[in-house]
Design a binder for this molecule. Sequence first.
Ligand code: FAD
Ligand code: NAI
Length: 464
Amino acid sequence: MYDLVVIGSGPGGYIAAIRAAQLGMKVACVERYATYGGTCLNVGCIPSKAMLESSERYHEVKHSYDDHGIEVSAVSLNLAKMLDRKNGVVEASTNGINYLFNKNGIDGLRGHGSFVDKNTIKITKDDGTSETIQAKRTIIATGSKPVSLPSITIDKDRIIDSTGALELTEVPEHLIVIGAGVIGLELGSVWARLGAKVTVLEYMPKILAGADDEVSKLAKRVFSKQGIDFVLEAKVTGAEAGADSVTVTYEDKKGETQSISGDRLLVSIGRRAYTDKLGLEAIGLETDKRGRVEVDHDFQTGVEGVYAIGDVIAGAMLAHKAEEEGVVCVEKMHGIGAHINYDAIPDVVYTEPEVASVGKTEQQLKAEGIPFKKGKFPFSANGRARALNATDGFVKILAHAETDRILGAHIIGIRAGDMIAELAVAMEFGASSEDIARSSHAHPTLAEIVKEAALGVEGRSLNI
Ligand code: FAD
Ligand code: NAI
């Protein structure tokens, strides 16, 4: 009998398993795929960042080295090698989980897990054989899968999802993307940098719908300059794949039907919680209409001893959110007081420039009637950004008008994803903008932009 069985080995599941083992529990982690690590390590965060890195370097050598006085005569793309490197990065990362399971004495069990009853999990292997294991407690960490429109079938050739967009063996001539969300922009950037014409069709009137308006506006301007075309307020209604092309139909903002053709179509309109064939009916658990499992503050479902974390429950679909939930879920079942401040979970889009945020946007604060002050500082006024030749962007800090407590921070600019960490920690500590403004930041660093934005909250930025 295991103290804990975790179903799913993504960042939520494998981290929960490790924390439970650290606390002395006898733990098993069940995974239906051949490698551990879930969406994130196999087909998500890690391979996408590997391709973003490689494509950015290629693009830089071709287009920006000249600015630095570096003359490169012949630059060519070896896409097969680039994909191999990406696969190597994935392999090293997934192997790392085998190592961590061994180190922590966790039984990694391969096969599809499903509930027989709340303490019995059946594991069905690829060859059809099965075994059952007993668990005092179970965590459902089965993650999510991409969704498509009812009228569009992902044929994995002309019409692909994010997994397909990480495996294309030829650069498309014209990649059409549905959805100007995170995947559309990250993977659209990859192929645009490698030479594809990229057109993004987006239903909303802005790109990165959840982002602060000022950030979204600048992002659109910069990505457009990079050659990505956006058609906003375009509601895609269908797509037809031919032998070597694909035609997408959409309603434009006037309600008129339009069509556009390319050679590949990436559908990136969101993801759905994944609980297929999990046997939830055997334990009397239902999902909501988005497939999600409902949990309480301890991450316990309606069934005692059955918990759920990560993409399969409500909230942002982010690897680090899943990890935090895994840790807190296990610590709480062990009697340790723990909690997650969802307002201090950062969000990063790994385009160039990166887009990073934590806490509330200006629009949310206005809608909630919370009085705030704002400090904003541009990358163009920072020496290090100029040395990097990366002056697009700004840091914006929103602090409560009376208490000065930081309520939100939004960055667009090179390495924004690393810079946001300071602001997430500040928010976790309940810091004021003055706390940041009075802290020393090394010169010359991009972090000084954060300090200057914090000074800006009181109208006293120095270098502008
Ligand atoms: P998952 O990682 O989806 O893992 C669930 C696991 O459960 C899978 O391995 C699945 O095979 C397994 N499973 C499912 N059902 C069963 C079953 N019945 N039995 C056994 N095993 C089962 N997030 C970020 O924070 N940063 C990023 O940069 C980022 N980039 C991304 C890029 C892409 C292209 C995509 C698609 C996603 C990205 N994400 C990113 C989101 C991130 O991958 C997810 O939020 C994260 O993986 C969720 O973790 P999870 O543990 O809940 O689920
Ligand atoms: P998303 O929710 O970020 O964006 C989907 C976009 O598609 C939205 O802007 C929506 O308005 C648009 N859309 C929906 N239906 C449409 C239609 N019929 N016509 C035109 N546009 C339409 O979803 P995405 O990009 O698929 O990503 C899924 C999730 O994966 C993200 O929410 C995120 O949580 C996670 N992810 C995180 C990353 C990161 O943290 N860097 C990277 C990649 C994914």
